[in-house]
Design a protein around this ligand. Structure first.
Ligand code: DMJ
Length: 458
């Protein structure tokens, strides 16, 4: 009996892998692209319907209990703000109108909330700025400026690197142990606010913070995992491209693309060369990225996961297609080997370290950038596998749910707002005509909010 089950599992796995291998050559027809776009649009409508019915005015919908969830004591409309530009791009006009009405009737920042600067910047500030650029309603910019002004006190440290938390009314700050991602991933949003308001102070504060991290890189050009913003000393010297560091590297490249400031490009190139030298681990299943000590470059762990998957897309965007392709092979291995991708696993032993999947976008995001760069059908087939799995296993009667354990597909009671902002957007963009977004004229922030590149810098 056990043997039969094993044979069945091997057959299914081989069948799936051979489908994927065929995908490298098999044409992905325009009809199929259209069908994918339609299903993704329907998924967005379905998820929004659930939010409307059970969580209207809250930050998130909890899809299993069908109850609202707020991050802080007062709601800050994470889902509608994150979702707005996705609805615009997908042409979901009713949803655009509903989200806009909700934002202008309910959203205000004079509230008793101590907020995480990074999360509120990438989701709320980023969402409002892109909404302003797409829609033109000045109230989006007024809200964006208000939330940014309330977060500015976080930068008041001896180094200029911000605290992790700030209270929106009292301006009280907390948590001086920060990390490169949360320090560096403010540049696009605060920089864009400077462009739109004509006030250079936002750009200056964010650039100072970002470059303070860069200044503290090791001799081999790697960043650590945690840093004390008061003393400037590293608290954790682990180096990798996963959570706590990931979007620091992403923003060095994207800030160069968005603002044309060469300091960012120089910093990215140095770090990227070190990443390729010390972190990239070439295996038969693709190129993974290991964890190392930032000073010695010596391996400390062979952990990889859903968050790391973004690096293939970043390499593709930066023009390094060869590295991007091999990392995307690893990303796809991670997805198919365990039913869908786990949050973290050991790529040397293929064993799961964290079994959940919280509707993260990074793997699809990388497919999107690679398809744009190569036009190889392979990336459409990869994306289809991921989208089909999400639509099949995460769908609930009222929305979409995270997965508690990818091995069993057991669902969890959470639908993060980045499902709207990123996962659905990158999924749709992958199959949509390339004219729907021009990567020469926009840069996506790390939450997939598109920012326009000012003409004089192109
Ligand atoms: C998002 O909030 C952003 O993409 C961030 O950079 C990383 N985590 C989530 C998505 O996984």
């Amino acid at each position: 009996m056990k043997l039969r089950l094993l044979v069945l599992i091997i057959c299914l796995f081989t069948y799936r892998s051979s489908l994927m291998a065929q995908g490298r050559a098999v044409k992905f027809t325009d009809e199929l692209k259209q069908a994918m776009c339609d299903s993704i649009k329907n998924a967005a409508r379905h998820a929004w319907q659930g939010y409307k019915q059970f969580a209207w005015g809250a930050d998130d919908l909890q899809p299993l209990s069908q109850t609202p969830k707020n991050w802080y004591s007062q709601p800050m409309l994470m889902t509608p703000v994150d979702a707005f530009d996705t609805f615009v791009l997908l042409g979901l006009n009713d949803e655009v109108r509903e989200a806009k009405e909700l934002i202008f009737s309910k959203l205000q920042f004079d509230v008793n909330n101590e907020v995480q600067v990074f999360e509120v910047t990438i989701r709320i500030l980023g969402g409002l700025l892109s909404a302003y650029e797409l829609d033109g309603d000045p109230r989006f910019l007024t809200l964006a400026k208000d939330i940014a002004d309330r977060m500015m006190p976080a930068f008041n440290t001896p180094t200029g690197m911000p605290y992790r938390y700030v209270h929106l009314q009292t301006k009280k700050i907390r948590d001086s142990i920060n990390n490169p991602a949360e320090i560096g991933t403010l540049m696009l949003e605060f920089g864009k606010l400077s462009q739109l308001t004509g006030k250079p102070k936002y750009y200056a504060a964010a650039k100072k913070a970002l470059m303070q991290v860069y200044k503290r890189r090791s001799k081999i050009n790697l960043a650590g995992e945690q840093i004390n913003v008061l003393t400037g000393k590293w608290v954790s010297t682990q180096s990798h491209i996963s959570g706590y560091i990931d979007s620091y590297y992403e923003y060095l490249f994207k800030a160069w693309k968005l603002f044309g400031d060469k300091d960012f490009k120089t910093a990215f190139d140095r770090h990227n060369a070190a990443i390729k030298k010390y972190l990239v681990d070439k295996t038969a299943n693709g190129w993974f990225l290991r964890h190392v000590n930032m000073y010695t470059g010596r391996e400390t762990a062979t952990t990889y996961g859903a968050l790391d998957a973004f690096y293939a897309g970043l390499c593709a965007l930066a023009g390094d297609i060869e590295t991007a392709k091999h990392i995307q092979d690893a990303n796809m291995h991670m997805w198919v080997h365990f039913n869908m991708e786990p949050e973290a696993f050991n790529y040397k032993t293929d064993s799961i370290l964290s079994a959940y999947y919280i509707l993260r976008p990074e793997n699809l995001e990388s497919c999107f950038y690679l398809y744009r760069a190569t036009e190889h059908y392979e990336y459409l087939w990869m994306g289809k596998t991921m989208v089909d799995d999400i639509l099949q296993h995460c769908k609930t009667t009222s929305a979409f749910a995270s997965i508690k354990n990818v091995k069993t597909y057991e669902q969890a009671n959470s639908m993060q707002s980045f499902f709207f902002a990123e996962t659905l957007k990158y999924a749709w963009l992958l199959f949509a005509p390339s004219s729907s977004i021009d990567l020469n004229t926009i840069v996506f922030n790390t939450e997939a909010h598109p920012f326009k590149i000012e003409k004089k810098q192109k």
